[in-house]
Design a protein around this ligand. Structure first.
Ligand code: SAH
Ligand code: SF4
Ligand code: F3S
Length: 441
């Protein structure tokens, strides 16, 4: 048996791809190692969302190149979003790379490894338009040990927000077939996973490319909900104006589907949203969030925001801060704007915001997120909630189990036994910024 180590960066999509690559390799005499120095095959699954993510990938493999000098049989693969974007050029940048594998053909990995082992350098980064390439073979998936199983339902994105590289690294939007998703869900549940999270850049676009125009996210959720057994279902990410009324109506009716929506707003200013090519303004976003809150009791709504988009004025930035308050957003991911190759906004150099202003805005944004997170957590003190336990650890000398409520709040509970994978009922006793405290009932 040979040993493979995969370093995974970026979002859940990449984490899911890594699980699929490990699953395929397990068929071809490779076992996973967590120790890169022991590996015969080193792979990096990269993220390109910001310059910093890309730079991290290059610095991580620098060390691997040095190891190769003493271990000539060592093979190095550069995969994921940076690979898709840069292609062959990566061989020039780092001559010790043996193969470059973009995001569109991960199912070609076994064939690529064979060619690489014969001494060939391989680059596979052609754009795919077919869903077949995304699920060509029924390989097992080597999932990370956890209570949650990731299942991609769409690949790619058609939205072309002016700051974003994802449409270039993941290609056009393609939906995976319902029967494949159902099979993956049933397999994961049979293996003991207690939660299924459906993944897509825009999950509400699911099925737009099918001939049967009536099979969309709402129908998929219904079918998954009908699988027997106790488990939870989540879905991320929701594009604000694509969330259908049908979806909002169905979520509270399906007992396994959790009360959690991730609806990135990106900016609180309608003018900035227009320049970002987001297809909504502040008022429209407000209406959608209100509709979700009116229909889904105790729903947690989270968002993403970018600070310092080209041309963003101080007043427009403040609109982002007020949006977080006004729409009571429970938590938000934040980032300073980073220009990305090929994207429209990267050409607006004369409108770029100074680095120190971006840093200062990001800090104020993070402070606002923290403040609202604590406020949101405090709402649940005194309530009884169901928690799915994910972890057991000794925290500052005390045994603690941690897990999530249906609405995605992290809960810490004192307990001396490992209850990982169990659903427990808890009374909420206190709130911190990033988690809440509870006691077993
Ligand atoms: N499909 C999701 C977002 C996926 S990318 C959506 O439409 O909301 C994840 C997040 O990265 C984005 O929501 C955005 O906030 C951030 N992001 C994307 N490109 C960025 C850039 N060039 N600079 C800074 N942040 C960026
Ligand atoms: Fe990027 Fe916009 Fe697509 Fe999200 S919707 S992945 S931000 S282009
Ligand atoms: Fe994800 Fe980063 Fe690619 S956020 S889709 S891994 S660019």
């Amino acid at each position: 048996m040979k040993k493979v180590y995969i370093e995974t960066m970026g979002c859940q999509m990449n984490k899911s791809d890594t699980e699929r690559m490990l699953g395929m390799l397990s068929h071809f005499d490779y076992v996973e190692t967590k120790e890169p120095r022991e590996a015969d095959l080193l792979m990096i699954n990269t993220c390109s969302i910001r310059q910093l993510s890309e730079d991290k990938a290059y610095s991580a493999i620098g060390l691997w190149g040095k190891w190769k000098k003493n271990k000539p049989d060592l093979k190095i693969g550069f995969c994921g979003c940076v690979a898709q974007q840069k292609g062959e050029a990566l061989f020039k940048r780092a001559h010790y790379i043996d193969f470059v594998l973009g995001t569109h053909h991960i199912y070609k990995l076994p064939e690529i490894i064979q060619r690489v082992n014969m001494g060939e350098k391989v680059c596979e980064c052609e754009e795919s338009h077919s869903v077949e390439d995304d699920c060509a073979k029924d390989y097992p998936i080597t999932r990370v040990k956890s209570v949650n199983a990731w299942i991609p339902i769409t690949e790619g994105c058609n939205n072309f927000c002016t700051y974003c590289i994802v449409p270039y690294t993941r290609g056009r939007e393609r939906s995976r077939l319902p029967e494949i998703i159902m099979k993956e869900a049933k397999d994961a549940l049979a293996q003991g996973y207690k939660e299924i999270t459906l993944l897509g850049q825009n999950v509400d676009s699911y099925g737009k490319d099918f001939q049967d125009k009536h099979y969309r996210l709402a129908q998929l959720l219904q079918d998954l909900n009908a699988i027997e057994g106790k488990f939870r279902i989540r879905f991320v990410t929701s594009y604000p104006t694509d969330i259908s009324d049908e979806l909002i109506d169905i979520v509270p009716k399906l007992d396994k589907v959790c009360e959690y929506f991730h609806i990135p707003m990106q900016s609180g200013s309608s003018e900035v949203l227009k320049k970002m090519n987001r297809r909504y303004d502040r008022e429209t976003y407000a209406k959608i969030v209100q509709k979700v809150r009116d229909n889904v009791k105790d729903v947690t709504i989270t968002s993403d925001f970018i600070a310092g988009f080209p041309g963003e004025t101080e007043e427009q930035f403040v609109e982002t801060l007020t949006a977080i308050d006004e729409f009571e957003l429970d938590y938000s991911n934040t980032a300073a704007y980073s220009p990305r190759e090929k994207t429209v906004a990267a050409k607006w150099v004369d409108k770029f915001i100074d680095e120190d202003v971006k840093v200062e805005r990001l800090k104020r944004l993070n402070d606002k997120v923290k403040e609202n997170c604590l406020k949101s957590n405090k709402k649940f003190i005194g309530r009884e909630m169901e928690v799915l336990i994910e972890n057991f650890e000794n925290h500052k000398g005390k045994n603690v189990i941690t897990g999530r409520t249906r609405n995605n709040k992290i809960v810490h509970i004192p307990c001396d036994t490992d209850r990982t994978g169990e659903f427990v009922n808890v009374k909420i006793t206190g709130a911190k910024t990033w988690y809440i405290n509870g006691e077993l009932i």
